[in-house]
Design a protein around this ligand. Structure first.
Ligand SMILES: NC(=O)c1ccc[n+]([C@@H]2O[C@H](COP(=O)([O-])OP(=O)(O)OC[C@H]3O[C@@H](n4cnc5c(N)ncnc54)[C@H](O)[C@@H]3O)[C@@H](O)[C@H]2O)c1
Length: 295
């Protein structure tokens, strides 16, 4: 007799295999939204979610390249899974349109990875050595960074929770029951900069703010069966990081990582899919290739 009371061939084994499937969020048949999907981490993540069997993925970006990417991805995957939307993620009207159109054609969006973001690096205070004049970080730029990197991801996430909640209400489902499968998942994209990084007062503030949003939504959204977590990627090989210049990367980034190379966007996408599928994952995951900056 085994510890679980089974004889090793019967119900204990069957339970093992059915638990294996039940504990994971099955992406098959789900509708997802990924912002910042024209390139970089967002593009890789949307493709990984589609490859994992999602029924439809709204790929959202301000760049018109998003339409070309969607078309090529659909050809590659052999099915019409990517649905492109071009627009600014900070626009509430645009966001509502994406959710409404997806709902009408593919059902409620229940997976959300709001990856659109940008950096606007500048010291908080710099002093002109000759004149002694102070230059401080422009407030309007600070507010724009927060609008794209903090407020927008939170509202795309909230809209996802609402879309699941509406769907459940229409199906007369109330508080999510743990016997049901997990209904949805939100993964915010933080950054190693959330712990502080020279020249990134706006970006670091936004990314640290996402931690508070994640921790709060995680407690609220599970009422509707939606999980919420955050990944903190290290320096990843995207246009955002390449804009720092090869010399800067070679001198200031690579020496402080264990891998001595930039992380591939597909590696972050893979980690995000793991976080979505594995329902035991909550809170934060650091995918930073051993980034240890010198203070
Ligand atoms: N690359 C890294 O090392 C790294 C590390 C940690 C976190 N991140 C985060 O990952 C996410 C993706 O970054 P990436 O490196 O792939 O950058 P990227 O510049 O390659 O891609 C960002 C995408 O977001 C889009 N975007 C930006 N502002 C937008 C707006 N207002 N509306 C619609 N689309 C908008 C851009 O057009 C672009 O396609 C960002 O949130 C970034 O902060 C990146």
């Amino acid at each position: 007799m085994n510890q679980d009371g089974s004889n090793g061939n019967g119900s204990g084994q069957k339970q093992f295999f059915s638990d294996w499937e039940d504990r994971r969020l099955d992406l098959t048949g789900k509708a997802a939204v990924v912002t910042g999907a024209a390139r970089g981490i967002g593009r890789a993540t949307s493709f990984a979610i589609a490859q994992n069997g999602a029924r439809a993925v709204a790929v959202v970006d301000q760049l018109e390249d998003v339409a070309g990417f969607a078309q090529q991805a659909n050809e590659h995957l052999g099915r019409d899974v990517m649905v492109p939307f071009q627009g600014d993620v900070t626009c509430a009207e645009f966001r509502r349109r994406v959710f409404e159109e997806m709902r009408a054609s593919h059902g409620a969006i229940s997976i959300c990875v709001p990856a659109a973001g940008f950096t606007a690096d500048q010291l908080a205070v710099s002093v002109n050595k000759e004149t002694g004049e102070m230059s401080i970080y422009p407030q309007d730029l600070f507010e724009r960074v927060l609008s794209v990197d903090l407020t927008a991801p939170i509202f795309w996430a909230i809209e996802t929770v609402a879309s699941v909640a509406r769907d459940r209400h229409e199906n007369s489902l109330k508080r999510w029951n743990p016997d049901e499968r997990v209904q949805g998942c939100i993964i915010f994209i933080g950054s190693v900069s959330s712990a502080g990084n020279r020249g990134q007062v706006s970006y670091a503030t936004a990314k640290a703010g996402l931690e508070g949003a994640q921790a709060t939504l995680a407690t609220e959204a599970i009422f509707h069966g939606v999980r919420c977590a955050i990944i903190h990627p290290g320096f990843t090989d995207t246009a955002m990081v390449r804009s720092l210049g090869d010399d800067f990367i070679a001198q200031h980034v690579l020496p402080q990582t264990q891998l001595k190379r930039l992380i591939r966007p597909e590696e972050i996408a893979d980690a995000i899919c793991f976080m979505i599928r594995n329902s035991s994952v909550s809170g934060e995951l650091w995918a930073d290739a051993g980034w240890h900056p010198v203070a």
